[in-house]
Design a protein around this ligand. Structure first.
Ligand code: FAD
Length: 489
C-alpha cells in the first residue's frame, strides 16, 4: 500500500489550496473528497467576493489570511488564466449611525494593512454607482476587493495540483481513521488511504472529522448557517460596477448586490442556522427577503430577470476566528475548522499557512525543481468563447469539434467539453462540465444543452446514457431501457 506524506480530507478551497501549495514541494500528497468533484461544499455556493480584509478584527488569523489571500488570489488567477477582477467594493451607509460604523471598519482596515481605503460622500458614491439608492449617504470604498468564480479557480488550482502529482480520491467519504505507529489509515468503508500527516479541511463536517480522528473533547462546534441567492440575467450585469454591501450587523455582512465575473448580477445572501448541514434548498420566504435587501441598495433590481437561485452553508464556529492549528491530541494532524467567510478569499494564504503548520509538526518540505506552474503540463487551456477570431479558426482547423456549438446561451462547443473530459481531473458528470465551461448556466439553464452534454459524456466514457449522472451518486438523468433492466432499478 502506498503511504503518502500528507492526506488532505476535503476538496473545498481550503483543501485544494493546501494541496496546490504542497505540490510545489517535494512531498507526496493525496486529497480525498466525499463528492465526485472539488468545490462541492461552501466553495461552490458563496458570494464569490475576494474580500479586501477590513472586516476582520486586527490581530486575528482571519485578518492576516484575508489580506494576504486577496493578494495571492489575484496572482493565482494570473498564473492559471482564471479571471480575478479587481472591481472594488462599497460598504454603504444609510444614516449617521452607519457612517460611524464605517469609520470603525476603515480603522480596522488600516490596522490590517488594506490598501486604498477611503470613506466617500453621497455624491462621489453616486458618481461611481449611478443606480445605488438615493437613501445612501456615503460609503467605505475598498479598491482591492475583487470578484472571481470560486469553483472555477478552485478547479483550476486542483488541476494544477494534479499536474504536479497530487492524487485525488473522489466519492471517498471518510468514515473511520486508525493508526499503526506513525501511519494513519483513513477509510470510507471500502478503500483505505495511508498517510503520515492528515489535514482536516472538511468544512461544515470538519468537527465530525475531528471526532472520527478520536478527538472527543474537540473545542469547536460548527453551527451550519445557510445563505440564499438569486442570479440575474446578464442584461442586469452592468447595473453595478462594484460589489455593494450594506453596513454589517451582528448577523454578518448582510445582503449584497454584486456583478459576477461572468457578467450576471448576484443578490443575497441571508443567514439562518439550519439543522441539516447539507441542506442547500432555497425558500420562497428567503428569496423574498433577499429581494427586499437588494432593493434597499438598488431599488431598480427587477427580479423578473432572475434566472436561477441557489444557497450555500457556512461552517460557522462557536468562536470568532478561524480554528486552523495542529491538533492538541493527535500527532501530525492539522485542523482547518470553522473556515467561514472570508474563507474563500483567504484560501491561497490558508494553504500556505497550513504548510507552515505541517513543517512545524515535522514534515520536511523542499522546493520542487520540476514544478509546473500551469493547469496542465502543456499550459493553460482557453475555451472557445475566450478565443480571438484567429484562435477560433485555428482551433476548428485542428479539431472540428470546436465548430459544433453545444450550449447556445454561453457559446460552449463540443471541443471545450471534450477537452474537460480529458483534463487532469476528468469531468464526467453534467455538473462537472457545467462548472468548468458554463454549459447550462445561461438564460435557458441547460434546457437546450443538457441532453446533448449527457450524450457526449456517454459516448466519451463508452457507457449507456442511463449511467450518466448530474452530480455523481444516484443523480441519474434517464432510466435504463426496459430490456436492459435486470431485476428493476
Ligand atoms: C452563503 C455564503 C457566502 C459566502 N461568501 C463568501 C465570500 O464572498 N467570500 C469569502 O471569502 N468567503 C465567503 N464564504 C465563505 C467561504 O465559502 C468558505 O469559507 C469556504 O468556501 C470554505 O472552504 P472549505 O474548503 O473550508 O470548505 P468547503 O468548501 O465546504 O469544503 C469542504 C469539503 O469537505 C468535504 N467533506 C466533508 N466531509 C467529508 C468527509 N467525511 N470525507 C471527505 N470529504 C468530506 C465536502 O464534501 C466539501 O467538499 C461564504 C460562504 C457562504 C456559505
Amino acid at each position: 500500500m502506498k503511504i503518502y506524506d500528507v492526506l488532505i480530507i476535503g476538496g473545498g478551497v481550503t483543501g485544494v489550496m493546501t494541496a496546490r501549495y504542497l505540490s510545489t514541494k517535494t512531498c507526496s500528497v493525496a486529497l480525498c473528497e466525499a463528492e465526485c468533484d472539488v468545490a462541492m461544499g461552501a466553495t461552490r455556493a458563496n458570494s464569490a467576493i475576494v474580500h479586501a480584509g477590513y472586516d476582520a478584527k486586527p490581530g486575528t488569523l482571519k485578518a492576516r489570511l484575508n489580506v494576504r489571500g486577496n493578494k495571492l488570489m489575484k496572482e493565482l488567477g494570473a498564473a492559471l488564466d482564471v479571471p480575478v477582477k479587481e472591481i472594488g467594493s462599497h460598504v454603504i451607509a444609510f444614516d449617521d449611525t452607519d457612517m460611524k460604523h464605517l469609520k470603525g471598519l476603515y480603522e480596522k482596515g488600516i490596522a490590517n494593512g488594506v490598501p486604498g481605503l477611503r470613506i466617500i460622500d453621497r455624491d462621489e458614491l453616486r458618481a461611481m454607482e449611478p443606480n445605488v439608492s438615493e437613501e445612501a449617504v456615503g460609503s467605505l470604498w475598498a479598491p482591492s476587493t475583487a470578484i472571481t468564480c470560486p469553483y472555477g479557480i478552485t478547479i483550476a488550482a486542483a488541476e494544477n495540483a494534479a499536474t504536479n502529482g497530487v492524487e485525488f480520491y473522489f466519492n471517498f467519504r471518510v468514515t473511520d481513521v486508525s493508526s499503526v505507529g506513525e501511519i494513519y489509515y483513513v477509510t470510507d468503508g471500502e478503500e483505505t488511504i495511508a498517510a503520515r500527516y492528515i489535514v482536516n479541511c472538511a468544512g461544515v463536517h470538519s468537527a465530525e472529522i475531528a471526532e472520527i480522528l478520536g478527538e472527543h473533547d474537540f473545542p469547536i462546534e460548527i453551527i451550519p448557517r445557510r445563505g440564499e441567492y438569486i442570479v440575474m440575467d446578464k442584461i442586469c450585469g452592468k447595473m453595478a460596477n462594484s460589489t455593494l454591501f450594506v453596513t454589517p450587523s451582528e448577523r454578518g455582512k448582510g445582503i449584497l448586490v454584486s456583478p459576477t465575473v461572468d457578467g450576471n448580477l448576484l443578490i443575497g445572501p441571508n443567514a439562518y442556522p439550519i439543522d441539516d448541514a447539507d441542506d442547500t434548498s432555497t425558500t420562497q420566504m428567503g428569496l423574498r427577503e433577499i429581494t427586499e435587501g437588494a432593493h434597499r441598495i438598488m431599488p431598480t433590481v427587477d427580479t423578473r430577470n432572475a434566472i436561477t437561485s441557489f444557497s450555500g452553508v457556512r461552517p460557522t464556529p462557536n468562536i470568532y476566528d478561524f480554528y486552523i492549528k495542529a491538533s492538541e491530541q493527535m500527532p501530525r494532524v492539522i485542523h482547518a475548522v470553522g473556515v467561514e467567510s472570508p474563507g474563500f478569499a483567504s484560501g491561497p494564504a490558508t494553504g500556505e499557512y497550513i504548510a507552515e503548520l505541517l513543517q512545524d509538526s515535522g514534515l520536511v518540505l523542499e522546493d520542487k525543481t520540476d514544478y509546473i506552474p500551469t493547469r496542465r503540463a502543456d499550459g493553460n487551456h482557453k475555451h472557445f468563447n475566450e478565443m480571438t477570431d484567429e484562435e477560433r479558426a485555428e482551433a476548428v482547423r485542428k479539431n472540428p469539434a470546436y465548430g459544433k456549438i453545444v450550449c447556445r446561451c454561453e457559446t460552449i462547443t463540443e471541443g471545450d467539453l471534450l477537452d474537460c473530459m480529458d483534463s487532469p481531473i476528468p469531468a464526467v458528470t453534467i455538473d462537472m462540465l457545467k462548472s468548468r465551461t458554463r454549459a447550462g448556466m445561461g438564460r435557458c439553464q441547460g434546457g437546450f444543452c443538457s441532453p446533448r452534454v449527457a450524450v457526449l459524456i456517454a459516448e466519451h466514457e463508452k457507457m449507456t446514457l442511463d449511467k450518466v449522472t448530474k452530480r455523481g451518486g444516484d443523480s441519474w438523468l434517464v432510466l435504463p431501457k426496459e430490456n436492459d433492466k435486470k431485476g428493476g432499478e
